[in-house]
Design a protein around this ligand. Structure first.
Ligand code: IPE
Ligand code: IPE
Ligand code: MG
Length: 259
């Protein structure tokens, strides 16, 4: 059922370009404030950074890009800002999907959609269906997403389908029920805007992701900023619990068997 193995059950293959990049797009409000603009102007510019990042990921050969657009805690913001973000989401769904489709991007949304207006849910379903056959890049937007929500919905759905597991279950039993079970775990996690926290993003899936924090505000994030993040990633040694010596010798073995 779950074609992607968990990083704690099997050591994933290391590639020089991260296969899955997950980004907390933070700093829109501060970007606007620096320019004496309303916060929402920062969100508008943030959408342009999304376009640039999707393009850059396609170019660099990233296979999965996951963007945190709205957290389960963002409802706590002023009503006007929440309303603006919803309108921006609708506008993006209406205007961007054909372009994504033309570029071979598959589009998906994860999060608790039950709190969204039916119109948004319908647009999301249409966008997912329209792009379902594409395979150049899988773009996931996390909307009303929370890592804790994801774990709870996974456990609840699993127990509903397989009540016998109430007596005890394994990681392999649970992982197919996570909302992103269709993707490998993120290789590279990026947070813009200077804060160094996870803010209830992919709590389970980030177990062995390389973490990269940058002060760059999200509206300023561009292909050069993405390349900086990828370069930092390439300098890491991903050990997954092993020693450095073990990692080196497994690389040698891989090189020899590749000829
Ligand atoms: C991220 O930017 C966008 C969302 C959370 C929707 P912020 O709006 O959090 O920007 P700052 O952190 O206030 O600068
Ligand atoms: C995280 O950013 C959520 C998104 C980018 C969607 P926040 O700006 O909401 O995070 P906190 O509140 O500073 O932790
Ligand atoms: Mg913020």
């Amino acid at each position: 059922m779950d074609k992607h193995k968990s990083s704690t059950l099997a050591i994933p293959e290391s590639r020089s370009v991260p296969r899955h990049v997950a980004i907390i797009m933070d700093g829109n409000g501060r970007w606007a404030k620096q320019r004496f603009l309303p916060r929402v102007a920062g969100h508008k510019r943030g959408l342009e950074a999304v376009r640039a990042t999707v393009k850059a990921c396609v170019k660099r050969g990233v296979e999965y890009l996951t963007l945190f657009a709205f957290s389960s805690e963002n409802w706590r913001r002023p009503q006007d800002e929440v309303k603006f973000l919803m309108q921006l989401f609708v506008a993006a769904l209406e205007q961007e999907i054909e372009k994504l489709h033309a570029n071979g991007v598959r589009f998906r949304v994860v999060g608790d959609l039950s709190r969204f207006e039916p119109r948004i849910v319908r647009l999301v379903e249409e966008a997912e269906a329209r792009t379902a056959e594409n395979n150049r890049l899988l773009l996931t937007i996390a909307a009303n997403y929370g890592g804790r929500w994801d774990m709870l919905q996974a456990a609840n759905r699993m127990l509903q389908e397989r009540p016998e597991l109430a007596a005890g279950f394994s990681e392999a039993d649970l992982t197919p029920y996570f909302s992103m079970s269709y993707a490998p775990e993120p290789d590279l996690f990026v947070r813009t805007g200077g804060e160094q926290r996870i803010s209830n993003f992919l709590l389970w899936q980030l177990a062995y992701s390389e973490l990269y924090f940058t002060d760059t505000l999200w509206p300023d994030f561009d292909v050069a900023a993405l390349d900086d993040a990828i370069r930092s990633y390439q300098e890491r040694e991903r050990r997954f619990g092993r020693t450095s010596e073990q990692v080196q010798s497994s690389r040698r073995v891989a090189r020899i068997s590749a000829g």
